[in-house]
Structures are given as structure tokens and as C-alpha cells.
Design a protein around this ligand. Structure first.
Ligand code: CA2
Length: 149
């Protein structure tokens, strides 16, 4: 069975508790359960991790090499700042699908830049919690395409 890591960055532990008009009312636990259940339905083993610390996210990316087949990453605000996260993704050579709850391109200009996008297979944004399900499907399709190439 193929495996995917759902990796969430800073402040996403607060999901569903504040700013529901921007990020929805779904909690992180609900997002993770959604991913675990969707994984089961498509034959993908899903693991989840969240951290508010850049180094811990980098460690999780490094640890995924040889264990996971791909990563669904919402790097939160580190998306717009972290060359270190971008380098970590490039170093492990695992497919990463970037996900955001909000449409970062329709928000403040500083959110339009994503360092993650440089090294991701693709980006899904603006679909709220459902974006994680779409990202798992996209990752699965990408992994299948790679096998048959
Ligand atoms: O839309 C997304 O998923 C973001 O990655 C969320 C980040 C933001 O900095 C990115 O530009 C876009 C912020 C996550 C903060 O999440 C909170 C959730 C509830 C209450 C407060 C913050």
C-alpha cells in the first residue's frame, strides 16, 4: 500500500477556532480524520503531522524519505518565506502536493509568492478542507502516472 504524509505548518493547529470566515470552521482534527478516511477509501496509508516550528517541519520532510511515497503540505505562512523548507523538499525527491485552505492568489500580495510551488508537483488552493482530499487524489494520480511511465 502506498503511503502519504499530511504535513501542516504554523498556526494550523488553530483551525476551526478563529477566523472561520477565512479558513472555515473545520478543525485540524477534522481535516486529519477526513484525510485518514479518504486515504482508506482509495487504498493509501495516511499519516498526519503538524508543527509550528520550521525545523520540526524540515525534520519531518527528511524523515519521510524512504518511508512515505509523497507529501501533502500546507506550510502555512512558511509557504511565503521559507527557502529552507523548499530546499528540504528538493533534497528528499518525494512528490509534494501543496495545499492551502484559502485562495492565496486572491489575498494580500505577499501571499501570492510560494517557495513551495518551485518544488511541488502542483498546488491546490481555495477549496477549504476539501482541498486536502483533492490533494490526496492528485498525489495518487501522480504516483500512478510515474509507475506506468
Ligand atoms: O490558506 C492557507 O491554508 C494558508 O496556508 C494558511 C496560513 C496563511 O499564512 C497562508 O497564507 C495560507 C495561515 C494559517 C493560520 O491558520 C489559522 C487558522 C485559524 C485561526 C488562525 C490561524
Amino acid at each position: 500500500m502506498q503511503k502519504a504524509l499530511i504535513l501542516n505548518g504554523p498556526n494550523l493547529n488553530l483551525l476551526g477556532t478563529r477566523q472561520p470566515e477565512v479558513y472555515g470552521s473545520t478543525t485540524l482534527k477534522m481535516v486529519e480524520d477526513l484525510c485518514l478516511n479518504h486515504g482508506k477509501s482509495i487504498g493509501l496509508e495516511v499519516a498526519c503531522f503538524q508543527s509550528n516550528h520550521e525545523g520540526a517541519l524540515i525534520d519531518a520532510i527528511h524523515a519521510a524519505k524512504g518511508v512515505q511515497d509523497g507529501i501533502v503540505l500546507n506550510a502555512g505562512a512558511y509557504t511565503h518565506t521559507s527557502i529552507a523548507l523548499m530546499d528540504a523538499i528538493a533534497s528528499v525527491e518525494l512528490p509534494v502536493v501543496e495545499v492551502h485552505l484559502s485562495n492565496i492568489h486572491a489575498r494580500e500580495e505577499f501571499r501570492h509568492t510560494s517557495y513551495i510551488a518551485h518544488v511541488a508537483v502542483g498546488q491546490i488552493c481555495g477549496f477549504g478542507a476539501q482541498g486536502y482530499v483533492l490533494a490526496l487524489d492528485a498525489l495518487t494520480a501522480h504516483l500512478k502516472d510515474r509507475v506506468s511511465e
